[in-house]
Design a protein around this ligand. Sequence first.
Ligand code: ZN
Length: 262
Amino acid sequence: MTPSFNILGLAAAVLIVAPLLSASPTGVPGVEVVQTRKITAWDGCSKSNKAKLEKDFKNAAELAQYAHDHMKMTDKAWTHYFRAKDEKNVKNLWDAVAKYEANDYSFTVRCAAKDDADCKVHGGSSFAATDPKPEEKGKPRELKVCPKYFTDEATKQSMDAKKYEPGKRGSWCKLAPYKFKDFSVGGLVLLHEITHLDAVGIKAKLPNMKQPAQAGSGASQYVDEGHSPRDTIEPWQNAESTAAAALEKWVMDKCKYDDIEV
Ligand SMILES: [Zn+2]
């Protein structure tokens, strides 16, 4: 399944500013702390929006950590998106998102205004946009969050909105029929965005792919299917695949599902 960007209404070039999160406990077994990404600046964010984003950045790291630690090449959450030979690059990327250490990479976050050009693309359906260009003179790139992020069904909830309890009423684990969008959270979008950061691609030691896309000339070159000809990008380069596979793995394990429809 490719619940891509388009379904989520994400902008093509969503760039994440790499914030270093401070250590915080997570619900993932074996993970003592998830670094709070180092966000070197918060621009234009209200107190409540910043609190929501901090929670969602932590969720993004949890999803990445879980996928890195538990994804098997035979999992549907994997085969829906990737080939076996994509394992190294994708897992390295999840690892970089989940385990970066302070000062390994940074980014800035901007809560953009409704009339921001990056938020108005695609009829105003963008949740976020990240600047994927290589850093210049060590200046962190910006991850921009659009107003829609805070109100849309696909992003306004964080993972702690409900519990993941199989068969329990009111939990995330709905009874069939259910679709991928039923599990969408803000952290999914932020995970997608973070992978656009060139600094993260460098951290993940991704091959330096020459792409015709908007993503500049850096290491990650993480692009969005739908914004580049499909045959010009490798599966592991699709930002939405990396994020969606991680969330699918999480939900399928927690809810004990055999599969999740698009
Ligand atoms: Zn993107």
